[in-house]
Design a protein around this ligand. Structure first.
Ligand SMILES: Cc1cc2nc3c(=O)[nH]c(=O)nc-3n(C[C@H](O)[C@H](O)[C@H](O)COP(=O)(O)OP(=O)(O)OC[C@H]3O[C@@H](n4cnc5c(N)ncnc54)[C@H](O)[C@@H]3O)c2cc1C
Length: 385
């Protein structure tokens, strides 16, 4: 087994971290405090080719292995979790849906502009009454006869980038009578389409610089060429993109955990109590040691999953293991980073206070910890356990 990154990957991490330190880190606190998406971050990331990392050159991408992409996602999340949630997990993964399942024309129209950073994407599956239970969707897409397009009605909930997205990959029921995994189709819905509207950004605990909203569809008519791939394939497409999304969430939590570790080391060496740096107390130094153990293990699991995808090995359960572990580890690291900071950790403006709020999302987004445990258990015990 080879645990070494290639020289190219090491160099890539070094350069991307330097970029994040210069461009993203300085804005992270304000992005959170003002709950405002940074279009400046979006612009810079577009300029350095971040959005093109997993995509072919044909569409303006620079196609790197998923493991290399994972390193970039981790670094961006370390710098600013909100920016990674909006620019990475939501925008980039809506591009992934088009890359994997879209027509050539859709790739030229949407993927190319997403890669250049000109357009922002979103991915709308969850609804107000269901997030974990994909089979309970109610949003409908009715076909009004050949060549007359689809009419969409329904509400989508918790859509990352909802208020700012130029287009949304949106899932709706096209055949309610079909088997559960054949009922749903995926569509590309553009901002400004009559009958389509985004609600205001919701107030959130964490990841506040990533706007989240409801989307409403009222007799919203879209042309047939806005269907993504084939009718009835939505469930399969969503499962595939969400699988990569779960890897993205593992990277999110890894970045948050790493940031907590670094803040804790710095503060433990600086802060004095009883005439010495608090790092001298075993109660503090062991928390830092445990943090390193959690982050390191999470990194091994996350990179293993990325490495498996690059080799074409089935990785669904391994991705769930990586997501489950890193997200719960990040919550633990954040809670202990606050503890190490004492009263200051509880104050606005201290980085660990923000990380504590950002960490929790890792256990909820793109499949809760409970759903990850179900996936892992099912792989061990079979369907009917
Ligand atoms: C900041 C943020 C951004 C998001 N972005 C997006 C986005 O861009 N696009 C999108 O489509 N969605 C998005 N989501 C939605 C997210 O995917 C869902 O919140 C998540 O999947 C959980 O669904 P839910 O909130 O409906 O909870 P529910 O499914 O109602 O679950 C509630 C609780 O019950 C548990 N539970 C449910 N079913 C089971 C079961 N069978 N066994 C055991 N426990 C169970 C859950 O684990 C959870 O603890 C976002 C959410 C947040 C908070």
């Amino acid at each position: 087994m080879d645990f070494e990154l290639t020289e190219e990957q090491k160099e890539f991490r070094k350069n991307f971290r330097a970029f994040c330190e210069k461009e993203i880190v300085p804005r992270a606190s304000r992005v959170d405090a003002e709950a405002a998406f940074s279009f400046e971050n979006q612009r810079c990331l577009g300029e350095i080719g971040f959005f093109g990392l997993p995509f072919p050159e044909k569409y303006g991408g620079i196609q790197k292995p998923i493991l290399t992409c994972t390193i970039a996602w981790e670094e961006l999340a370390r710098a600013c979790p909100s920016t990674f949630l909006s620019c990475g997990l939501s925008s980039l993964f809506s591009g992934m849906a088009i890359h994997l399942f879209g027509s050539e024309e859709q790739k030229q129209t949407y993927l190319r502009k997403l890669i250049s950073g000109e357009k922002i994407g979103a991915f709308a599956l969850s609804e107000p009454h269901c997030g974990s239970d994909m089979a309970a969707l109610k949003t409908e897409a009715r076909k009004e006869g050949e060549g007359r397009g689809y009419i969409l009605n329904g509400t989508k909930a918790f859509v990352t980038n909802g208020p700012i997205a130029d287009f949304v990959i949106l899932f709706a029921i096209t055949n309610p009578a079909a088997a559960p995994d054949r009922r749903m189709s995926a569509f590309i819905v553009e901002k400004g389409t009559p009958g389509f509207s985004a609600g205001p950004a919701m107030e959130k605990l964490g990841a506040r610089g990533s706007p989240t909203s409801q989307l409403t569809l009222k007799e919203c008519t879209i042309a047939e060429d806005h269907l993504l791939g084939a009718e009835g394939e939505g469930s399969r497409y969503a499962t595939k993109v969400k699988e990569l999304g779960r890897l993205g969430y593992a990277a999110y939590s890894l970045g948050v955990g790493q940031a907590c570790l670094e803040e804790s080391i710095r503060y433990a060496q600086e802060r004095q109590a009883f005439g010495r740096p608090i790092a001298h107390f075993q109660e503090i130094s062991f928390k830092v040691a445990d943090m390193q153990m959690f982050v390191d293990t999470g990194r091994l699991l996350t990179y293993r999953a990325g490495w498996m995808i690059d080799r074409g090995v089935e990785a669904s359960v391994d991705i769930s293991i990586a997501k489950l572990f890193t997200s719960e580890a990040a919550t633990w690291c954040a809670a202990n980073a606050v503890q190490i900071h004492g009263g200051y950790g509880f104050l606005k403006g201290y980085k660990v206070e923000r990380l504590y709020r950002d960490a929790k999302l890792g256990e909820i987004g793109e499949g809760t910890s409970e759903m990850q445990r179900r996936t892992i258990a099912r792989s061990l015990l079979g369907e009917g356990f």
